[in-house]
Design a protein around this ligand. Structure first.
Ligand code: PGA
Length: 243
């Protein structure tokens, strides 16, 4: 399966960075030969990334339109040229109180508008140390995926919370075990479960990307910090092509 290399800028970046990244990607068209490259900047910058990469948002409303000040609907995101939306990132679960049920409703609305939902799940360090990582991830997965989720409209991102932005990466044996568990949990629940891309996220960078992306059932990466540096992001995309 072709890998998906997705950059999650979070609430970072500027007009200058958006233009610099777009220029860098134009200069390196071969980076996209062996991997699909996706950038999810703050939505207001989407139209500035004038490149042949895929674009996505970092969240969407569960509603289609109406009096929801500050919200952006899936169809608006689609209209602006995006094909993906990240949903249920641990920062939204933690700082915005998003539940898995809400994530499922947002994913359902996103899929109905023709967007591909990147549904994020992952355990905290406390949960891992208590031996509950699989239980937590399995529960989040079951509750966050909407009815009708399929390999065509859904990507799953496994992001252990303790590895996000910390420089700590899960070792490839633990990643392999969790990704194989996630694949088996998708079996019977999601159409085309074997073709659902399962991304790893959490301090992925050029130095560890090759090994992580070569791990069984790792079909790409969701990259935060390193996606803010166009050169590092391209190196990760090139590493995906080596697998
Ligand atoms: P990180 O973030 O690469 O900076 O750890 C990943 C993410 O939160 O998606």
């Amino acid at each position: 399966m072709k890998k998906l290399i997705a950059g999650n800028w979070k609430m970072n970046g500027s007009v200058e960075l958006a233009c610099a990244v777009a220029a860098k990607l134009q200069e390196n068209p071969s980076a996209g030969d062996n991997a699909d490259i996706l950038i999810c900047p703050p939505s207001i910058y989407v139209s500035l990334i004038d490149s042949n990469v895929l674009l996505g948002a970092q969240d969407c409303s569960e509603h289609e339109s109406g009096a929801y000040t500050g919200e952006i609907s899936p169809s608006m995101i689609k209209d602006a040229g995006c094909s993906y939306v990240i949903l249920g990132h641990s920062e939204r679960r933690q700082y915005h109180g998003e539940s898995s049920d809400l994530v499922a409703r947002k994913a359902s609305a996103a899929n109905k508008s023709g967007l591909i939902s990147i549904v994020c799940i992952g355990e905290t360090l406390e949960q891992r140390e208590a031996g509950r990582a699989q239980e937590v991830v399995g529960e989040q997965l079951a509750q966050s995926l909407p009815e009708g989720a399929s390999s065509q409209n859904t990507v799953v991102a496994y992001e252990p919370v303790w590895a996000i932005g910390t420089g700590k990466t899960a070792n490839s044996a633990d990643v392999a075990e969790m990704h194989s568990f996630i694949r088996s949990e998708l079996d019977g629940k999601v159409a085309g479960y074997n073709d659902v891309r399962i991304l790893y996220g959490g301090s992925m960078k050029p130095a560890n990307a090759r090994e992580l992306l070569a791990t069984p059932n790792v079909d790409g990466g969701l990259i935060g910090g390193a996606s803010l540096d166009a050169q590092q992001f391209i190196e990760i995309a090139l590493a995906a092509g080596d697998n």
